[in-house]
Design a protein around this ligand. Structure first.
Ligand code: COA
Length: 171
């Protein structure tokens, strides 16, 4: 496997990230517009929005936004995450998520929530969010709604997640 560089996304990466999201989620999928709208809304946390670059090509991307809890605290949302189809299942997604979570651990955010594959995220330290009292505004199978506790976590961090507005338009 060739070297993989994981670094914060830059403005000049945005077109490649759009192409990557359309390739990974399929033509016409909403994730590329969602990411643009979240950036425009200022909901993203730039130092946690990462690209994985392999052989000069943006091969993977992970995006973190701020989400509120109706009880007052804020958490991080991991979404979307994508890897170019030709590079999937080579460890890039795991590498990106791990680096994002490592950087997130240095913030004041108490937790990261994700709605995703229940067979994928537990290996990255995610657990059922409902068990922590953190609830999704979307109908989702309980095992797909997960949270990762960060060092700033405390048991009082509970409630219903209120996503940034753009999720309502595209999510
Ligand atoms: C999901 C995704 C980001 C994972 O990235 P990746 O670099 O392929 O993942 P890794 O190589 O780090 O890990 C591979 C593991 O991911 C899991 N995985 C990958 N794609 C999966 C899928 N579509 N469904 C369920 N599990 C999947 C498998 O468990 C796989 O392990 P295995 O090969 O031993 O079975 C990537 O496959 C992707 O972009 N998929 C399309 C877009 C998407 O669904 N994004 C996630 C939204 S929650």
């Amino acid at each position: 496997m060739t070297d993989l560089e994981v670094r914060a996304e830059r403005r000049e990466d945005h077109p490649a990230i759009r192409g990557l999201l359309l390739a990974a989620f399929g033509p016409g999928s909403p994730e590329a517009d969602l990411v643009d709208a979240l950036r425009a809304e200022g909901a993203h946390v730039p130092e946690l929005c990462l690209v994985a670059v392999r052989d000069g090509e943006v091969a993977g991307h992970v995006f973190f936004t701020r989400a509120a809890l109706d009880s007052g605290a804020a958490v991080l949302s991991l979404a979307p995450m994508a890897v170019l189809p030709a590079h999937q299942r080579t460890g890039i997604g795991s590498e990106l998520a791990r680096e994002g979570l490592r950087r997130a651990a240095a913030t004041d955010f108490p937790a990261v929530v994700v709605l995703g594959h229940p067979s994928y995220y537990p290996r990255l330290g995610f657990e059922p969010a409902g068990d922590l009292g953190i609830h999704s505004p979307y109908e989702a199978p309980p095992e797909a709604w997960m949270a990762h506790r960060l060092p700033a976590y405390r048991p009082g961090v509970r409630g219903l997640v209120v996503y940034p507005e753009a999720f309502g338009a595209f999510g």
